[in-house]
Design a binder for this molecule. Structure first.
Ligand SMILES: NC(=O)c1ccc[n+]([C@@H]2O[C@H](COP(=O)([O-])OP(=O)(O)OC[C@H]3O[C@@H](n4cnc5c(N)ncnc54)[C@H](O)[C@@H]3O)[C@@H](O)[C@H]2O)c1
Ligand SMILES: O=C(O)[C@H]1O[C@@H](O)[C@H](O)[C@@H](O)[C@@H]1O
Length: 271
């Protein structure tokens, strides 16, 4: 018997959503795929819901009949305030309202390293360190981490907020040698978040078993997530094609990397 009746995956057309679409099928009788555009051919166990997360009625309607929600939709980079507000802040509020109104048991949310991006790489923070966003994008992740805390404490909806570091097909730069989360480990982390017997409100970092470890994830041990991959097989190639950066740069000093060197997204470009 699958653990869930129906899982809603938001951002189902995205980089991580399309991986999760394939991987989570065994955990639910049906998978509802939320995307802004139609997805094309669907498998027998799949259904789709096409809407923008900024649309409250449509978002709440899409959660009906779903006992779990894997919320990976929204702006995935620093973006103009209006985009952050509509897609990430309002959109996530709509998801949690849908969960409350339609009785979802658990939400797995794609938070980000950028929720705590201004902590120093050397600080070895745990999951309970104060938030320290490095961008409006990071602030939107803080908002949803806080919203999900309220919906657990007040309404009993469980959440796992995954502070994913860098989940890409392979590490693209030197920072990703410590921040890399392979797609397979990302799937393991979401599976663990959906299947752990009790999660309450949990925050977990998301990175593979890389040689250099910059954070302490013991506060999320109860998820049972054990990463299997590492950036090490990519190290030689990454180091050969990228220069050693100045260690004083904010992009090297802080967990958020290059986000810490971005200006305000609504400023006119200089020059
Ligand atoms: N890949 C990473 O390294 C990484 C790291 C940390 C956090 N995350 C988070 O994981 C999630 C997925 O990231 P990704 O790398 O797959 O990014 P992505 O940009 O490929 O996927 C995001 C998806 O959300 C959809 N989306 C955006 N705005 C929307 C809106 N207003 N309404 C409906 N859908 C909307 C997009 O169409 C896209 O399919 C995001 O929330 C991102 O912030 C990703
Ligand atoms: O910091 C990182 O590497 C990643 O952080 C995530 O939140 C972003 O979605 C992704 O685009 C970044 O590359």
């Amino acid at each position: 018997m699958p653990q869930y009746e129906r899982i809603l995956i938001t951002g189902a057309a995205g980089r991580l959503g399309s991986e999760l679409r394939k991987a989570l099928a065994p955990l639910a009788g049906r998978i509802r795929l939320a995307a802004r555009e139609p997805l094309g051919a669907l498998a027998a166990h799949e259904e789709e819901a096409v809407f923008d997360l900024a649309d409250m009625d449509a978002t709440i309607a899409a959660t009906e009949g779903c006992d779990a929600i894997v919320h990976f939709g929204g702006a995935s980079l620093e973006s103009p305030w209006q985009t952050i507000l509509d897609a990430n802040i309002r959109g996530s509020y709509h998801i949690y309202e849908g969960a409350r109104k339609h009785g979802a048991k658990r939400v797995v949310y794609a938070s980000s390293v950028h929720a705590i991006g201004y902590h120093e790489v050397e600080a070895q923070i745990g999951v309970d360190a104060p938030v320290r966003p490095d961008s409006l994008y990071g602030v939107s992740k803080n908002f949803v981490e806080s919203l999900s805390r309220l919906y657990w404490d007040k309404f009993g909806i469980e959440s796992v907020c995954l502070r994913i570091f860098s989940s890409f097909p392979e590490p693209a730069d030197r920072r990703m040698l410590w921040s890399y989360l392979s797609f397979a480990d990302c799937i393991r982390l979401v599976e663990a978040s959906l299947t752990a017997p009790r999660v309450g409100h949990t925050i977990s970092f998301g990175m593979s078993d890389n040689k250099v470890k910059t954070v302490d994830n013991r506060g999320a041990n109860h998820l049972g997530f054990i990463p299997q991959d590492s950036s090490e097989p990519f190290r030689a190639a990454v180091e050969a094609r990228t220069p050693v950066p100045d260690p004083a740069r904010p992009s090297v000093k802080y967990l958020g990397g290059w986000f810490c060197e971005l200006g305000h997204p609504d400023d006119e470009p200089k020059g």
